[in-house]
Design a protein around this ligand. Structure first.
Ligand code: PMP
Length: 445
């Protein structure tokens, strides 16, 4: 397997040669919050699959729901006139789940990149249906991540995910993110920084001309960019600017929806109602590729009230509303609510964050600790706290490896170590993660 992994499998977001260079972590089993590799080594999965395995690896009701749906109806499309009963039931559940966010319609997709693509397309179409077809541009945050499709890549705020594929979609502009550790304003106070970033956003809106902008897309807490929670005034400030200038606000909640932030959605965490919300990942907990764009009444009514034909949706996937995915999502939603995982995410998230702050006191290599909003945490590693020069790849790789050997799988992204464990993890599991990290830093920090 190791040899075949190296020869025949290209790993997304990695250099093709890296599969040979990195020690392979071929995962063969998962149970609860633990994964086991080919050598029988068990670790707490502090990555939670890829931010998605919120309920762990042995969620019996989800497995049963998938089996039952496979036996009854493995597939039927929801194109045009046809539909399937599972996806209708799911739409109603999602309406109830997201009612506090003001979102009542669902457009189903096969994953996060698909959800982003659909939301960005619908935003342009929304303005066209209203006779405001000049609104075609998109704004987004530097360091934001919005998937790999061409529209999503165009709004991505990390050049690494864009430059190899340019020219991408014209009309996409990026504004500074409220990232206190590094920002163009040299402002470390989160509240003042939020105000500066909002002012920069308003400048950009005016510079681009508001009547040309379709939507602003943002993650309520930046995820892949290094887990960067904004000050609580930031997202409400964005909402206010979007309202002022007639711009739609798209919340990319592919990571943050369904409890990860300690709230049922990241937008709710900040008290904001977006016009559209992109979801995927934990909607099926990793058991099936699936996603949904949730749409507000106000946006939906523009499409539904259209009599000109412009409101007809020219986007969709063969697997939109897949009944097996829908059955998995229904079971996940039930378990997510029954177990009240958001409360555990909040409590364990605080424990993990406080433990990481203690590690920072011991190891100068930890330049910044981010978290405190549920189970999304990151350590930013530097070779020098004064200059904030990023740590070298070899050292962070060695810390990663020793942490793994000592019982926790974490994720390395640039000079960050990222953690997004299942939301069902226990106090002991958090201790395991912290102990394993401590071993990594003691050996190489
Ligand atoms: N948006 C965000 C915020 C994400 O974190 C991701 C994936 N990490 C995506 C979109 C893309 O989702 P997918 O990988 O399921 O296409």
């Amino acid at each position: 397997l190791t040899e075949h992994n190296a020869r025949h499998l290209w790993h997304p977001m990695a250099h093709p040669a890296d599969s040979l260079a990195n020690l392979p972590d071929i995962i063969v089993e998962g149970e609860g919050v633990q994964i086991m590799d080919l050598d029988g080594h068990r670790t707490v999965d502090a990555v939670g699959g890829l931010w998605n395995v919120n309920l762990g690896y042995s969620c019996a009701p989800v497995k049963e729901a998938i089996r039952a749906q496979l036996d009854r109806l493995p597939y039927y499309s929801i194109f045009r006139g046809t539909t399937n009963d599972a996806v209708i039931e799911l739409s109603v559940m999602l309406r109830d789940f997201f009612a506090p966010d003001g979102l009542s319609r669902a457009f189903f997709t096969s994953g996060g990149s698909d959800s982003v693509e659909i939301a960005l397309r619908l935003a342009r179409q929304y303005h066209k249906v209203r006779g405001d077809g000049g609104r075609v541009k998109y704004l987004s945050l530097k360091k934001g991540y919005h998937g790999t499709h061409t529209l999503g890549a165009s709004v991505n705020g990390n050049a690494n995910f864009r430059t190899q594929y340019e020219p991408l979609m014209p009309g996409c502009f990026h504004v500074p993110a409220p990232y206190p550790y590094r920002n163009p304003f040299n402002e470390t106070d989160p509240e003042r920084l939020a105000q500066l970033c909002l002012a920069a956003l308003e400048d950009e809106i005016k510079f681009q001309a508001p009547e040309t902008i379709a939507a602003f897309i943002m993650e309520p807490i930046l995820g892949a960019g290094g887990v960067i929670p904004p000050h609580h005034s930031f997202m409400p400030g964005v909402r206010a600017l979007c309202d002022k200038y007639g711009i739609l606000l798209i919340a990319d909640e592919v990571i943050t929806a369904f409890g990860r932030t300690g709230s049922w959605s990241g937008s709710r965490h900040w008290g904001v109602k977006p016009d559209m919300m992109c979801t995927a990942k934990a909607i099926t907990n990793g058991y099936f590729p699936f996603g949904a764009v949730m749409i507000s009444d106000q946006v939906a009514e523009v499409f539904e009230g259209d009599t000109s034909g412009k409101g007809a949706i020219g986007s969709g996937y063969t697997y939109s509303g897949h009944p097996v995915g829908a059955a998995a999502a229904i079971a996940c939603l039930r378990e997510t609510q029954r177990l009240q995982v958001k409360d555990n995410a909040a409590a364990r998230g605080t424990q993990l964050y406080e433990g990481l702050l203690k590690l920072q006191e011991a190891y100068p290599v930890i330049g910044d600790v981010r978290g405190g909003h549920g189970l999304m945490c990151a350590l930013e590693l530097v070779s020098d706290r004064g200059t904030k020069a990023p740590i070298d790849k070899k050292t962070i790789g060695a810390i990663h490896r020793t942490t793994y050997e000592n019982g926790a799988m974490v994720r390395v992204s640039g000079n960050n170590i990222i953690m997004s464990p299942p939301l069902i993890l226990t106090e002991n599991d958090v201790t395991t993660i912290l102990t394993a990290l401590n071993a990594g830093f003691a050996a190489h920090g």
